[in-house]
Design a protein around this ligand. Sequence first.
Ligand code: FAD
Length: 480
Amino acid sequence: MLEKEAAPLISHAPGDIASLRATIQGRVTTSNDPDYNRLRSVWNGMIDRRPALIVSCASVSDVRTALAFARAHHLTVAVRGGGHSVAGFGTCDDGVVIDLSPLKAINVDPDARLVHAGGGVTWGELDAATQAHGLATPGGVFSRTGIAGLTLGGGYGWLRSSFGLACDNLMQAEVVLADGRVVIAGTGPEQDAELLWGLRGSGGNFGIVTQFTYKLHPVGRDVYFVFVVHDGEGEATERTLRFFRDFCDAAPAAVNPLAVCGIVPADPALFPVETHGRRYVILGALYAGSIDEGKRVLRPLVDMAEPLADFSGVMPYVDVQRLWDADYPDGMRYYWKSLNLIRLDDDVIRQIAGWACKQPSAKSTTDLWFVAGVSRRSAPETSAFYGRESAVLLGLEANWMDPAEDEPNIRWAREFTDAMQPYSDGSRYLNFAGLHEEGERMVSAAFGPAYERLVLLKRRYDPANVFHLNQNISPNGNTE
Ligand code: FAD
């Protein structure tokens, strides 16, 4: 295995904050700093933590120094990429936030069809760089999340059926380990293939990734995209979901589908006034192929009924990726759960429709991520990610404004999840896992047969569990 810088730094950790400041290229922020409140805040308004230090790292050396400082002073370590962890893992109370947001370098190699990107890059930044060449790697469906947390956790997006999850396209990673060594996870000579397998889906358990290398695909700058808002009142949600399931079952891998159930917002610029407050089912699909073929193949999704609104058409891929940005502002309250459903028969659809319409907040949604194409076929030996045999990943997004409404919104997501358990193997997507209050038992179920192998990897690279603010795999393998 290649170790780019061999000497552990712990014995060289700067003794105090002044010497830490003098040592690093980036920035050290404490509660005395006027920027402290801005820098400590993360996307989810439910999370309000006060770290002792925020170290914004401008280089790999900064990351090693910050980590050594935290370890030498026995401080909790939180690692922050894009700061969009739903559970709030990118911050902590009293510890050190290792903030990678200054690591923004992006290098596209169009000939090799690869992109190298720093650990603080967001999907919007990465897509802008790769789309300059008409290329893309699968991300999510929102442009402001970090590439880091999304990729390490799996990564469901608009290209997953055609090209796999984000983690499937991770070819190489530069990683700062808990002891300060820097290694390259990859399948090349002198690279650590087992670490790459673990990084593909099991979160930030093994180290801090300072650079990600992804495979790129010729997506083109414009794509054909269906985003049609059908009525979901009464029986219509069930009917529409049954139609979409049958459509997806027969669809080629060029079709990348997502269904979302919710309530039409009172926005006259987007929706006719008479539709405001009605239940909807959005049928969404990106066609990764020719525009004409996309129009033909996806047409039935629009024609199945008279829509409430239809935003389908040819559009730049980067606009597809930004479509939902305005709906998820920083500081709102969010509690998201998920469950892998092993089947999606009419009975399961009836249950989903029944629970979806009980949402206490008009901003909440029930999302059906169909697991199909390449995301389904990728071999378990190549990644730690589990859940590919499911019919659908059910995502329950409780989104609301008022802290006084926490209880009913959280209860809806929890009770909905519990009600769907009989249709699941108990696994879920750990990037949508509430506030991780279910702990290690949930984590072990989420990895299925890969869990024991992950515990061994954790023992090898992080036996002291320095990186525990994540979908944590205990080095002891505890599930209690
Ligand atoms: P952060 O809060 O910075 O970090 C998240 C986790 O990753 C933490 O445990 C952190 O310690 C670890 N981490 C961060 N950076 C590094 C690093 N460089 N090295 C090692 N560990 C690191 N998911 C999907 O799959 N598809 C979607 O379409 C999607 N849409 C979303 C939309 C919104 C509005 C939000 C908030 C989330 C969405 N997610 C989606 C979930 C998303 O994948 C996770 O929230 C993810 O953790 C965000 O990554 P981040 O880097 O922004 O988070």
